[in-house]
Write a protein that binds this ligand. Structure first.
Ligand code: B12
Ligand code: SF4
Ligand code: SF4
Length: 234
């Protein structure tokens, strides 16, 4: 939970954070008071199923990506109805017609490849709401780990904000490098973090192989941050 007018949201408009396309809570919903962010971790059986080699994505993981997201969408709609029934105004940016993802070219040789940024980034909202910090792969590590998915909504109700029990953007990542060895696309490095082009190209290949589903997430499984904050970073 975070306040809609938390000054951190303004910083998300900076070029190196998200960019000027990021819309503040009050730009989505003029009456915005609070932002609710939640994380649904994958179950042990979904996580275990995807621990195998890099070439095959488990059916459970693929369903977690597609049907799992459908479940998050349903859950978010139910939360929206609940808050509306209390007289609150609600906006779910992920389901709003204005939601968009922008890709910008970066100077040649930049290890990130390209800058991919949506105008409502669930991980940044979760970071602002005290749920966790980023890591080498760019995933957000929560108290329940990195393997799972986020959702959020903006409401006109005043709800007490949670504390952010961290100060640094990457506090929960131990930089152990286990995710580097797990990535089939060679997209992750200690020096450059995650290269977006390599990851995206691999995901596109998975889309062809597993249509109508897709996914990968090997960097989130079989690693110390899979289901909790790595030892020494708690
Ligand atoms: C576009 C997209 C992709 C693209 C690009 C990924 C990306 N990181 O941008 C592709 C197709 C490659 C992709 C892949 C995957 N994705 Co994706 N994707 C998205 C999407 C739609 C938008 C991402 C976005 O807006 N990024 C914004 C940019 C700016 O983020 P960034 O560059 O990483 O931000 C950096 C800077 O801000 C920097 N920074 C610099 N200064 C500062 C200062 C401050 C204060 C802060 C906070 C940060 C900061 O820190 C950040 C990290 O380095 C989100 C859903 C959503 N609406 O958010 C899901 C999402 C990020 N994906 C998700 C998942 C699960 C996946 C996959 C595992 C796919 C799968 N299911 O198998 C892979 C994992 C890839 C990986 N290693 O993270 C989850 C992440 C869950 C988690 N625990 O983090 C999300 C949030 C979806 C969800 N609803 O849960 N994805
Ligand atoms: S595996 Fe290690 S380096 Fe990679 S994201 Fe997790 S904690 Fe960070
Ligand atoms: S999602 Fe797959 S390709 Fe992308 S960084 Fe993670 S392991 Fe590599």
């Amino acid at each position: 939970m975070s306040r809609a007018d938390d000054p951190i949201y303004l910083t998300f408009k900076e070029k190196d954070v998200i960019g000027d396309n990021f819309l503040l809570p009050a730009e989505w919903l003029p009456e915005a008071r609070s932002v609710i962010s939640f994380f649904l971790p994958f179950t042990e059986s979904v996580r275990r199923s995807n621990r195998g080699g890099p070439e095959s994505i488990s059916p459970e993981w693929l369903h977690g990506r597609i049907e799992g997201q459908a479940c998050i969408t349903d859950f978010t709609k139910k939360l929206k109805s609940y808050f509306e029934s209390r007289g609150s105004r609600v906006c779910v940016p992920a389901l709003d017609a204005r939601f968009a993802v922008r890709t910008t070219a970066l100077p040649e040789g930049d290890p990130k490849g390209v800058h991919i940024a949506s105008n409502w980034s669930e991980r940044h909202i979760a970071y602002a709401s005290g749920l966790g910090t980023f890591c080498l792969t760019r995933g957000l590590i929560t108290a329940k780990g990195v393997a799972g998915r986020f959702g959020s909504l903006i409401v006109s109700e005043e709800i007490e904000a949670d504390e952010r029990p961290y100060t640094g953007v990457y506090d929960y990542c131990s930089r152990c490098g286990a995710c580097i060895r797990r990535c089939p696309a060679g997209a992750i490095s200690l020096e450059g973090g995650k290269n977006q082009i390599r990851c995206k190209q691999w995901m596109d290949l998975m889309k062809k192989r597993y249509a109508p589903r897709y996914g990968c997430g090997k960097c989130q499984i079989g690693v110390p941050c899979e289901s909790g904050i790595p030892a020494g970073r708690r």
